[in-house]
Ligand binder design. Sequence first.
Ligand code: BGC
Length: 939
Amino acid sequence: MKSSTSLAKLIRPLVATAFALSLVALPGTGYCAESPSLTVSHLRCEGLDTPKVVDTTAPRFSWRLDSTARGVQQTAYQLRVTELGADGKTVGAPQESARVASDQSQWVELPGFVAKPKARYQWQVRVWDNQKNDSDWSPAVNFETSLLGGAWEADWLSDGMVVARMATTGGKGIRKKVGAAKSAPPARNFRKEFKLPNAPVRAKLYLSAFGVVEPWVNGQKVTEDLFIPGWPDYSKRNFYVAYDVTKQLQTGPNAVGLVLGEGWYSSTLILGKQYGPTPMVSGWLEIVDQAGKTTVVATDSSWQWANGPILENGIYPGETFDARRDDAGWSKAAGCAWTWQPVKVEAKPKVPMIARYSPPARRIQEMKPVSRKEIRPGVFIYDMGQNMVGWVRLKAQAAAGQQIKIRFTEMLAPDGSLYTKNLRSAKATALYIAKGDGVETWEPRFSYFGFRYVEISGVTAPADDAITGVVVHANLPRIGQFECSNPMLNKLYSNTLWGQKGNFVEVPTDCPQRDERMGWTGDAQVFCNTANYNMACGPFYRQWMASVRDGYLDRGGYGSVAPGANMFKVGAAGWADVGVIVPWMTWVHTGDRRILEDNFATIQKWIALLEQQAPDGIRRMDIKTGYGDWLAPGSPSNQGSTPYPLLATAYYAQSTRLAAEIATVLGKPDIAARYCELLEKIKTAFRKEFIKDDGQITSDEQTAYLLALDFDLVQPELRSKMIANLARTIAAKDNHLATGFLGTPLIAPVLSDVGLSDLAYKVVLQETYPGWLYSVKNGATTVWERWDSWTPEKGFSKGDNAAMNSFNHYAYGAVVGWFYDTIAGLKPDVSAPGWKHFEISPTPGGKLTHAKASLETAYGIASSDWRIVDGRFELAVKIPPNTQARVSLPAATIESITEAGSDLGELREASGLRAENGRVSFNLTSGTYQFAVKPAGKK
Ligand code: BGC
């Protein structure tokens, strides 16, 4: 039986560090005739290539070993950290570790090093390997620290106005409108002039806002980062950012300008939510000159504000820009003739200020439209060819005052006009009022849109290049790639990746287009495994988990959205469990144990609360407290047909199991043992309540079987009967799924895990409703919220469903985790997290003749690339230096496998060879290998 990465299978009996220890003990193979050189690269501090500021006194360092040799393991390292002065010159002696005998090259602390606040350092590392090589000291890489909890030293400024809430959907039923304002408020520009007697050697801008802010210095934009400082749970914390602005400052007169937009703070969000009605900005420039003298220019009552060219801005409504009012002088010392007014200094917010950790959103990619149609005189619709998130850059020539309206939708109505029903109250419009000054270009930046189609009106003959799509999302490195011989699966992979891009603007959202765009926790937990394959999501999830914790309510547990405590149900099964699942899954992929440390105290509260709610082990909750198997097809309500107490108890067990795992990793065996005991109690209760003697579950539907099998809740003696029952419920649907948000992510992994990969392929490859490829066949370029969001027979979902019908909902894209870990077979190993040890265990099927996944792990590229050539299975693999893998191939005997033409048995880098159940598996050290399996009967 082959195992796959369903969530439960990323869990092992509590063995967290066993593998890492065995790696250290490996003997050096030392057989290379010529000693290849060893270098270190990809130096990271706190898991980031270029962290803005590091928010810990004990930063962790990571590096890669570069070597072309096989079997490379680090045997020792030495770290060095040196403090730098404002002028960049070293201060004092470096702090060095001893030569530490260890294979650890990720998340390494320098013992005894305690970073100072607002300080600059450089660090270096050198390493030794098991092949008698040692590297030189790496080039030095800089990092800087945050305020490290120190005081926020500037006033909070506003324009003194109150932003009225806008009409948005909410209340009972999604059609009721709340709020009254018909238009969004203008952004405000703040400015301050100051003089510097001499040139700075170092200048840093510390900046925060309740709202979003774009900083300018002397007419230059300070950063390409967008929507800073981000979207925290404002009731519990706020973020700040820091930028180096040394080069933008000059001797003599200078000016700093800050454009303050609503962002998520004062924009009206779903249900009329508004964190606060008056956005505020705060920050300071800390400028050091050659003589070491520090000048601080902080926000205070001497600043001024004015309305600039942004007449309207807001997350759901969009942006209006009057180019006639634009004046580059506003952030220059020369100034401009706007109506500048004194600022209002607001009361100091009581929440702590935390340095932002996750890379903010940026413009990541540009798209050219694929077609343009004039649907009515003067109304043009562009098709971007891809449902995307961000905005467009407009290039147009128009008379002064001419209004060019840009509207965004995901779909077109049957008559070819924009389909806006599923946007609900989101106006999603950008309006540009031209300056009348030749060819003008403009793009919004205080709102974002989810769209494939763009309508432009107000410009008589837009040029072919009038718009360029600008894709905006969190600036996380893309690390995973997948492709195979089935173009429809490749399209589904691409659709899922686009879903991740579009829903990773600032927090993991359900959808990016309608008046919602919230950090729905159920969606996030089911997609977390896939997301971690596609992009380096560690900082993103670690930062967002602070909002998840901030939203925890003692009366009910974790929320359904984060940030945004209290907005929706609390403690909902499969949503609330995000508090345990996302830290665990992210740790498995990244090896960053701080995400476990950060969250463990709240996890303990959660388990205690569940225990209280379920005295007999069954969480007997009413469906009203959750969402069920949300949007499962064929059930009259949106909540599917899985009984809610079953769902809730299954997730209670899963949270408890993961809590036990986390306790073990964190070195708390007593707590782990208690949770293991509790888990047994829940399992016993679950079996008694829901599982019949013949392995049937009372509800007899797919999701119930999937949960029971995946979360290991079945009596061992009934397991095979339950598998048969699962297969029967799938056959009853003509090998289609009948699952919603909670069942769907499990179906392919569980089927593979129980030895039914052929059936998994059948379900995944269904092109008819309900199934993943149904939307692909119907032209989807992202993953839809519903299996039938649009059908050729019925068109768009009707009634209430029409309003809740996103064409960019990543939840069902969770299946892509199975593409990586089962089709291609690249799977992390929880006993050596962060890809220190992993599996390469491809599972061909579904008539595929080829599949490949590659992953840029923290250690380097890991890949699995298989094809079937004349009936022969071939597998090329890459295992990065300082890691190892357990490789498994579909082959009957060890003798049937060759590597680069020689018998596998002769391969020095392979050990622990085993042939069982039609597969051959073995341990393999780092390097690049080419395996081939002779077809049965061939010599
Ligand atoms: C969201 C979902 C979310 C759900 C909860 C919807 O409005 O779009 O993705 O998980 O509510 O049932």
